[in-house]
Design a protein around this ligand. Structure first.
Ligand SMILES: [Zn+2]
Length: 290
């Protein structure tokens, strides 16, 4: 919706398996689309990786659960064909489209809007190798979660204790959107966000660490030391944003200037910020028109 960059938050993350993670194989058909990681040819060898799209799917699902726990319609129902978020709006006006979307679509995107979050593919650290575990198997029926008759095949899994490295970027965000994303990654860090297929059978347990959050604000005015400014601070309430759009921080931010950009970093984990993050998300979800 905005061509120019107003603010940006980015962080690197390390994703570590705490249980087996199913691999998508060329042979396996059942449950195939849910299985991560997948394999790719990299650095002269076949390697497993976790696609950013898979991680984004898991992160979005968890964000939707959090939003619905605050307010049932804060995240739209993906199976509701008549939902405003799913309809292709006639309106060419980006502000109208953005304002009509639910909280989840405003952050992660919808059919009509690209969203704010980019999650990159997560790869093994350079030089690391993984010995995959063979699990012989009975196919998992996607509908019932039980075994599927006649679908015997060998499953491969990444064992527990394997780490993948990736990065997350959030651009032109409102303060509550950064809060929601950090809350989800804090839950991921604590092992509450499963990844990939076979979850009901104990697959997909992961944890994450985020060493450093880096925040950028574009503009001449120096941002405050005790808060991160959201997009509304610049838009002055346009697009349904808040005029006072700020996320308070518990540590003083040491902004450094690079041209017309201000940059600051906050060290993870963000457990100490949890109360502030929750308050920002709860307020935003309740105040929205829908
Ligand atoms: Zn929606």
């Amino acid at each position: 919706m905005l061509r120019q960059l107003v603010n940006e938050a980015r962080f690197a993350l390390t994703l570590t398996t705490t249980g087996p993670l199913l691999i998508r194989s060329g042979q396996a058909r059942l449950g195939n689309s849910d299985m991560v990681p997948v394999q790719t040819f990299r650095d002269g060898d076949w390697q497993v990786y976790v696609p950013g799209s898979s991680l984004k799917g898991a992160v979005r699902s968890h964000a939707e659960r959090l939003l619905r726990s605050i307010r049932a319609d804060a995240a739209c129902d993906p199976f509701d064909g008549s939902s405003v978020c799913r309809s292709r709006s006639e309106s060419p006006d980006a502000a109208t489209i953005y304002e009509s979307l639910c909280c989840a679509c405003r952050l992660f995107g919808s059919l009509t809007y690209a969203g704010r979050v980019a999650i990159g593919d997560c790869y093994l650290p350079r030089g690391a190798r993984v010995r995959l575990e063979r699990r012989n198997g009975v196919g998992i029926d996607r509908l019932t979660g039980g075994s599927s008759t006649g679908a015997l095949f060998d499953l491969e899994a990444v064992p527990s204790g394997v780490s993948f490295e990736g990065s997350v970027r959030l651009r032109n965000f409102e303060a509550w959107q950064l809060a929601l994303l950090l809350l989800v990654f804090e839950d991921l860090a604590q092992g509450f966000v499963p990844l990939g297929g076979g979850r009901s059978r104990g697959y997909g347990a992961v944890t994450a660490t985020i060493p450093l959050l880096s925040v950028t604000w574009c503009g001449m005015e120096r941002p405050p030391a005790d808060a991160i400014w959201g997009l509304g601070q610049r838009l002055r309430g346009a697009y349904g944003t808040k005029e006072e759009d700020r996320l308070p921080t518990n540590t003083a931010l040491n902004w450094s200037r690079q041209g017309v950009r201000w940059q600051a970093t906050i060290e993870g984990p963000f457990e100490a910020l949890r109360g502030t993050l929750e308050e920002a998300v709860v307020t935003a979800a309740r105040e929205r028109k829908r």
